[in-house]
Design a protein around this ligand. Structure first.
Ligand code: SF4
Length: 201
């Protein structure tokens, strides 16, 4: 990670500029519904820890996102412990790392009520097209780029599809990937790190 500190206040801006599709989906759903199911909170929460959101800011962030629909009492009793737990401050005190693409693709397959997982792997083609075109204005529904992405998904090359979205949304050419050696996306946190680096260049 880039080592920079992210506050609860900053998350929205970082999300719009630097979140990969899986995390944009979770964040946007949380913002809209003031709610995420367990594996969604876990996937997004560990990712946020990885981008530099410290524990005290994570508590502020989740409290704010749940909003007035939840009492302080319920938040403190049912959610605060889990946030502290994922930062290694409760229970076995394991400092859980953020999930890699491989883990997100293969573990805990999402049901219909869930928002976790990888959009390339877990969305229907129609949902994927709607999600990508509404989230990223530079990816038009009927563009060649969209066709490219759907072709990669069809052949189960989800990393390739995700890398293509990174390239298009960062104005870099096809095949450049997200690293110095043109790597594909293999970890959501690497997407963020590279995206922040490119912003500075
Ligand atoms: Fe997220 Fe990885 Fe899927 Fe991209 S390929 S959306 S980073 S899980």
């Amino acid at each position: 990670s880039s080592g920079a500190l992210v506050t609860a206040e900053m998350v929205d801006d970082v999300a719009r500029k630097h979140f990969p599709p899986c995390m944009r989906n979770l964040y946007d759903r949380l913002k809209k519904d003031h709610h995420l199911k367990h594996f969604g909170r876990l996937q997004l929460g560990l990712f946020l820890k990885g981008i530099g959101l410290p524990l005290d800011e994570a508590v502020v962030f989740w409290r704010r996102m749940f909003g007035a629909t939840m009492s302080d009492d319920k938040f403190n009793k049912e959610y605060k412990y889990n946030i502290r737990h994922s930062y290694g401050q409760e229970g076995k005190r394991t400092n859980y790392p953020p999930k890699s693409c491989q883990q997100i693709l293969t573990q805990n397959q999402p049901g219909t009520q869930d928002s976790h997982g990888c959009p390339f792997r877990h969305f229907s083609p129609d949902n994927l097209i709607n999600f990508l075109s509404s989230t990223y204005p530079s990816i038009d529904k009927s563009s060649n780029e969209m066709r490219d992405i759907l072709d990669s998904v069809k052949s189960t090359h989800y990393h390739v599809a995700c890398t293509r979205v990174f390239e298009i949304t960062h104005g870099i050419k096809k095949g450049d990937g997200i690293g110095e050696n043109n790597e594909p996306v293999t970890h959501p946190n690497k997407w963020v790190d590279r995206s922040r680096e490119l912003e500075k260049e």
